[in-house]
Design a binder for this molecule. Structure first.
Ligand SMILES: Nc1ncnc2c1ncn2[C@@H]1O[C@H](COP(=O)(O)OP(=O)(O)O)[C@@H](O)[C@H]1O
Ligand SMILES: [Mg+2]
Length: 144
């Protein structure tokens, strides 16, 4: 488990860049944290570090969006936002099972606590809101 204290949006993006450098094709990331904690900021940082050139907008209504990257191994970046899900959906329900074992794809899930059946090796990112633009970011299941 690695712990970071972020004091700004750019600090959070820097942590995301560090994580991105360790990612492999097929990795899944589960982001958990309250509304406004900085999950989307983190996802945008990841996307930028992987060379996604499209403007990443939160897929609140469509649930998931897939982007092409500029990365040589990780070709696709899938962004999922489960905010509007009521409860415990499984991967099949939301069309995520198609992305299991896709060696050229990274899947990043906001509000991952609302879905069940994530792969055991899923990298867990917890962002805790702190006042004054501070956030505590915990990264589990990844060697940083
Ligand atoms: N250290 C920080 N890290 C990330 N976001 C921060 C930080 N300090 C302030 N913010 C602000 O908090 C908000 C985070 O929003 P967002 O990433 O959409 O949250 P979430 O996706 O978790 O609901 C943004 O308005 C951002 O500018
Ligand atoms: Mg968000």
């Amino acid at each position: 488990m690695a712990e970071f204290i972020s004091k700004s949006v750019s600090d959070t993006e820097a942590v995301a860049t560090k994580v991105a450098q360790r990612l492999q094709g097929g990795d899944w990331l589960a982001l958990v944290g309250n509304l406004g904690a900085g999950k989307t900021v983190f996802v945008k940082g990841l996307a930028r570090a992987l060379g996604v050139s499209a403007n990443l907008t939160s897929p609140t209504f469509v649930l998931l969006k897939a982007y092409d990257t500029g990365h040589k191994v990780i070709k696709k970046f899938v962004h999922v936002d489960c905010y509007r899900l009521d409860g415990k959906e499984d991967l099949m329900d939301i069309g995520l099972s198609d992305y299991l074992n896709q060696k050229d794809t990274v899947v990043v899930i906001e509000w991952a606590d609302k879905i069940r059946g994530l792969p055991d090796k899923t990298i867990k990112i917890n962002i805790d809101y702190r006042p004054d633009n501070q956030r505590k970011i915990l990264v589990d299941n990844l060697n940083l």
